[in-house]
Design a protein around this ligand. Structure first.
Ligand SMILES: Nc1ncnc2c1ncn2[C@@H]1O[C@H](COP(=O)(O)OP(=O)(O)OP(=O)(O)O)[C@@H](O)[C@H]1O
Length: 456
């Protein structure tokens, strides 16, 4: 039996420059290492007292090598270990010596407390110290710090307080943001909880996109969410970039007629008209392979990233948010489980079907073909997938189960996020104004009214 195969080919020739090769190689390194399944590293500290011996040793080593750090900060615990950094919780020992305009909580407290009380406040102030691995390229580190500086006015982006370098070691200091581990709460979220979560996430993303910045790595561990305050902050701008950086023409940005013309006159079209079978391809293809930024975490990459679109936009972040919503509605984390980009495309094909994937690929000047028999032409509806994942299908003897009204509203919103065409996908700002999220305000007003009634 012929081996099942899925392939992607250029419908057109794309010129690449030498610089792109470096970009691609960097992205591939990230591809291998940025594994959302490797969850062991992402811990949220439960208690400052319970610091393991190994962590204490690590902290002692850090204090020893980064001379002077313990004069400014009292390191308390290790709270996260990512691909590019280790993050520690620390007490800011010199808090009062600096301007702390970044401190939203303190601003709120000061609004309501007397000046006398303010001065008397001796409560500890915590920060997150991000020790960036020395193997990270200086350009990458600079990029992250520069973008965080640009985003300093946004309340929903974890701001940069300061940064230091000692020899080859760079540390970034961020406010410590109290949050819960996503895996501890996503299964129990009601639709109202989801409205609040996504209102906060989209508010953050709209602010980032307004500055023309693509985050590129939106995923639950990079949105620190406080379930009690229904407020979250975006972190980790290590892969972020300004939209338009290193763009090369992609068919998706052409007017429809020009794109159709290009596809009709492509190498692929010529092999078709020469009478080859649908699965044929040029044996000696001398064209360079297409290179594009694919940085991000597998499972959260938008179709255009997987299809190596060379003009990616902020819209790729909105797709990643869609994957988070699908995770919550299906109660499955991680929802997508692919080993590589081809697998990832096939996972998306399972949902959206071959037809949609062929159209999506052509939109970016690529040809999508698969002879895996199990992928249907039309795919499956998101409603059905959620019902499957939540065990509400299967038994034919029982009456057909449906999503409830609130879930249906959530799925309508989800359709707008998991839209394969980035130009039809909702923007972060439009999402903030979408009825699904606007309802979060109505619900909180109702809650307040109920509190008033109780007070009365
Ligand atoms: N300001 C903060 N307050 C509290 N915890 C934080 C803060 N910043 C980061 N963390 C914790 O540290 C973890 C890793 O941080 P970050 O994502 O910035 O590092 P990274 O090395 O780029 O990680 P990744 O490989 O997951 O992208 C976060 O998931 C979070 O649990």
């Amino acid at each position: 039996m012929a081996k099942a195969r899925t392939s992607l080919r250029h419908a057109e020739h794309i010129d690449v420059h030498q610089d792109d090769i470096k970009e691609e190689e960097a992205a591939e390194t990230l591809d291998e290492s940025m594994d959302p399944l490797d969850e062991s590293g992402h811990t949220v500290d439960s208690s400052d007292e319970e610091v393991e011996d190994a962590v204490q040793e690590d902290i002692a080593r850090f204090e020893e090598t980064f001379v002077g750090i313990n004069k400014r900060f009292r390191l308390i615990n290790r709270i996260g270990e990512g691909t590019f950094s280790t993050v520690y919780k620390a007490e800011d020992l010199e808090y009062t010596a600096y301007n702390n305009s970044w401190d939203i909580d303190e601003r709120e407290n000061n609004k309501w407390s007397s000046p006398h009380k303010r001065n008397a406040s001796r409560k500890p102030h915590y920060v997150a110290i991000k020790k960036i691995y020395v193997t990270s390229s200086p350009i990458r580190i600079f990029n992250e710090l520069e973008l965080l500086y640009d985003l300093r006015e946004s309340d929903s982006v974890c701001p940069l307080i300061t940064a230091f370098r000692h020899l080859d070691q760079v540390v970034a200091v961020l406010p410590y943001f109290q949050h819960r581990d996503f895996r501890d709460y996503y299964r129990d979220m009601t639709i109202s909880d989801m409205r609040l979560y996504f209102r906060s996430l989209f508010t953050a993303l709209a602010a980032v996109h307004e500055k023309g910045i693509i985050h590129r790595d939106v995923k639950p561990t990079n949105f620190l969410y406080n379930t009690t305050q229904s407020r979250g902050v975006l972190v980790d701008f290590g892969l972020a970039e300004r939209q338009g950086t290193d763009w090369h023409p992609c068919a998706c940005h052409l007017p429809d007629d020009d794109r159709r013309y290009k596809v009709a006159h492509s190498v692929y079209a010529q092999t078709q008209s020469a009478g080859h079978t649908a699965s044929s391809y040029p044996k000696n293809d001398t064209r360079n392979s297409r290179r594009a930024n694919r940085a991000g975490t597998r499972g959260f990459r938008a179709p255009e990233v997987l299809l190596k679109c060379t003009q990616q936009t902020c819209s790729i972040d909105v797709w990643s948010v869609g994957v988070i919503l699908l995770t919550m509605l299906s109660r499955r984390f991680p929802f997508f489980h692919s080993a590589d980009d081809i697998d990832a495309l096939l996972e998306i094909t399972t949902i959206f079907g071959r037809k949609k994937m062929r159209e999506t690929a052509l939109f970016h000047g690529q040809v999508f073909e698969t002879n895996v028999p199990s992928y249907s032409e039309g795919g499956h509806s998101l409603e059905k997938i959620i019902l499957w994942c939540t065990g509400r299908t299967g038994d034919k003897t029982q009456p057909k189960k449906e999503l409830n009204e609130e879930e249906k509203e959530a799925v309508q919103f989800l359709h707008r996020l998991l839209e394969c065409n980035p130009f039809k996908r909702i923007t972060a700002q439009e999402a903030v104004e979408h009825p699904f999220l606007l309802k979060a305000y109505e619900e909180s007003e109702v809650d307040e009214d109920m509190l008033d009634t109780v007070d009365a």
